[in-house]
Design a protein around this ligand. Sequence first.
Ligand code: CA
Ligand code: CA
Ligand code: CA
Ligand code: ZN
Length: 490
Amino acid sequence: MRILLLALAAGAFCGWDSLRPARAAAQLAVPGRAEWVDFLGRSHPVRHARVQLIDEASGLQIGPSTTTDGAGRYELVVPALPQPADVWVQVQSWSSAADLRDATVDQPYYLISPTLHAAAGSVRLPDVEVRGRPTQYANHAFSVLAALEYGREYVLQATGIEMPRLAVNFQAVATVYDEHELPASASEGAQDCRPATVAGDPVRRTCRLDVVFEDRWDWDVVLHEYGHFVSKAFGFDHNPQAEHDPGRSLAVTLGKRLGIEVAWAEGWATWFAIAAQANDAVRGEQFPGAGDSTYVDTDDVRLVLPLYSQSEYPSRGEDNEGTVARVLYDLADGADANGYDAVAMGDREVWTLLRQGTQPPQTLWAVWGRFANRAWPERARMARIFAEHRAAPLLQSPLDDESLQGSPPLFTWKANGGGMPHDRFTVEFLDPNGVLIDSAQVQEPSYRPTGEVWARIRASGSPVYWTVEGRNTSMPVTGPYMGTVHRLRQ
Ligand SMILES: [Ca+2]
Ligand SMILES: [Ca+2]
Ligand SMILES: [Ca+2]
Ligand SMILES: [Zn+2]
């Protein structure tokens, strides 16, 4: 009884103190920064990757993991050590974007800090840098991981959708993205390629990206492959696979259907690779070749495909991956003061365009179809891009704004289309409100109106314009694509 009274008295004496929560167990903070190093020796942050504290003597992890932030900074907080210990910090190639593994041992790569000595009960260690070396395989893995992380962030920014973490094998024998149907017995928790928020393909799949050593510095290539992962997740293609390169008209080498599907899937992935890097964060890294408008593969393959120009691999039409990549690029990027591109949709609007409706586009033709209901002056702005890249007819004569008198002139145009060019055309005469007169369908890229039609055109009180709609009748039929537009001066 006496003891209890004393205890109560003591409690009363320091009553305010006893209301505080129990004091937290002692903790040790280990702050620092993680970096990989490029082939020029320049440092880059390891972003959003897993960080662990390792006990040197046992090799075991101490306390919970943490994650680096967007600048590569981390702060591990673990229970304070009861005994002095030598420890190091380990950063793994396991991030929000990817579980990137060493193909030979099926384990993540890791970078480690120098050994640190932690005194018993110490609460904070000095900042420690975890840094790769240019010749170290693990360091190369973090270049690949960096590209993938930008891919994931781009999708999130453009769509609000978080991609699932992708399984990646680095130092595989080929760079290839592949997916397989998940067995029906697979649990909900099984790794699935598709974000649950994306409607469409109900088949659940498991997926993996293999990357060869020779692509370690090729962010364009890594993000092209990540683009295949994203494209399939959103239903923009159903995994058409065939030999391809941007110098080819794929309808000729693969047949029309597979040709236009492969051109779309490959061109889309290339556009994705470039679009995912068109931001200040990537450009701020000053990593060679990153954040520009040219797709480049180095080392194992020498490929340079500019999207802003046609200086290499000129665009060839709807069955050409260069055309697909450049059309998407021109739709999304700013407007050019000169030339064909007066469109500046921005990436978000392009994504919205691709995602609207229940059937995502799986060819360039399907993308053109998304503009079909717009008023013709707006369609005409889009059509100039499709014509510049040879998917849509390009008007030749009469020239834009050419003065016309007397007898009906001969109207001519470049058919374009692709390796299988457009083979049916309709000439349309337009006033600002819509179509005045359609010609009968013609099979040659030229047309001379009858005297009667020409008289009706000349009698119109409004400014008159003309364009040509082109289609290719090989199966599956594609078109009509609207061509460029010229004004007739009277
Ligand atoms: Ca390469
Ligand atoms: Ca590039
Ligand atoms: Ca543009
Ligand atoms: Zn590809």
